[in-house]
Design a binder for this molecule. Structure first.
Ligand code: ATP
Length: 350
């Protein structure tokens, strides 16, 4: 990866006794879209506000480009940090039309190569430059806010849940458009969300945050298929956990001997995503169908093994399995293992 445009080192922020950000180290490279993903209250927004300069860290440093903007004895005000901001509630100036909102950012900073009209075209708002903010839909307002954030050619664009007020289909469309616009602008961006699909679909890298700490940072595919802990595995989507006995590159389990990604010996817990498993109708099969959730493009088949353990299996084909039917379960992918000592509650599939 290229040198970081944003570099946070050991950032800590307390609110009274509460440690909201706890030793965060984070680097976003040039042109990279980095996402902070985590449950509500884990410190994502506070991290972003520290980078923007709306909060001061209790300790640690933040550098943007070659400049240290926060650290011992240093506190560069937000307007001098060269950051663009698109927040959920960061509204446009209500008394200015779209063109004036975007032009304002250029004028204020006296930077920006692209014309206001070019920026509006980039975000798909050509023809709407003369509209007032109240004449725009929620999605259009966020497009205008993105154009405004890019107007001054910031070193980094910070986006905090920018789509959370929008309905699901608009949200899905807009996030891909925003990614395209950020790429076309060559912008480095840090994006905050608690939406797993959003984080995995648009990011170059995702940083998982729990209770103020960054616990794993990786590319989406890597994070989803090689989570560093069970908690991270669960936080990224459906996961089955079964007990196994590690024998090098294979692990013996109730659904047979599985190939594992890392050699392991002794008792382990094996993680399998529902789509890493398959079910086939088999009157001698070791599992029975308990339930089915049909989603149109695919379905989740819930099966119970002889031991009583339940697994969730994603089936793509139009399988029409009946409750109680016997099936065989097979793993299609290598499984991931976690330390088997101190196994929590046995059947862990959700
Ligand atoms: P969400 O996804 O719900 O927006 P988040 O991960 O962005 O959550 P933060 O907004 O960063 O979380 O908040 C982290 C913690 O710090 C929370 O417990 C929150 O209540 C607390 N907190 C944030 N800002 C303040 C503040 N100004 N004063 C006191 N506590 C605060």
């Amino acid at each position: 990866m290229s040198r970081s445009v944003v570099q946070c080192v050991d950032l800590t922020k307390r609110f009274g006794p509460h440690l909201a950000v706890d030793g965060v180290c984070l680097g976003a490279g040039k042109g990279e879209l980095m996402t902070l993903l985590g449950p509500s209250g884990c410190g994502k927004t506070t991290t972003l506000r520290l980078i923007a300069g709306f909060e001061s860290p209790d300790s640690g440093t933040i550098a943007i480009g070659d400049t240290t903007v926060a650290g011992p004895g240093v506190s560069v005000p937000p307007e001098k940090r060269r950051v663009g901001i698109v927040f959920q509630d960061y509204s446009l100036f209500p008394h200015l039309d779209v063109r004036a909102n975007v032009a304002y950012a250029k004028k204020r900073t006296r930077r920006g190569e692209r014309s206001t009209d070019e920026l509006l075209e980039m975000v798909g708002l050509n023809g709407m430059a003369d509209r007032m903010p109240y004449e725009l839909s929620g999605g259009e307002q966020q497009r205008a806010a993105l154009a405004r954030s890019l107007a001054a050619q910031p070193d980094v664009v910070l986006l905090d849940e920018p789509f959370s007020n929008l309905d699901a289909s608009l949200r899905a469309r807009l996030r891909m458009d925003v990614r395209e616009v950020l790429r076309a602008a060559g912008a480095t961006a840090i994006f905050v969300t608690h939406d797993i699909e959003e984080a995995l679909s648009i990011s170059d890298r995702v940083a998982i945050m729990f209770e103020g700490r960054l616990v794993q940072t990786a590319e989406p595919e890597e994070l989803y298929s090689r989570p560093a802990s069970k908690r991270i595995a669960r936080s990224l989507g459906d996961a089955n956990f079964i007990r196994g006995d590690g024998r090098g590159e294979r692990v013996a389990t109730e659904i047979g001997t599985l190939q594992v990604a890392q050699p392991v010996n002794g008792p382990v817990e094996v993680m399998l995503r529902p789509e890493w498993l398959s079910v086939t109708e088999d009157s001698d099969g070791a599992a029975r169908v308990v339930d089915r959730e049909f989603y149109g493009h695919d379905q989740i088949v819930k099966v119970r093994l002889e031991s009583g353990m339940e697994l969730r299996v994603r089936a793509w084909s139009p399988l029409n399995l009946a409750q109680g039917q016997r099936v065989a379960v097979q793993a299609r992918e290598s499984a991931i293992t976690f330390d088997g000592n101190g196994l929590d509650s046995g059947t862990d599939a959700r």
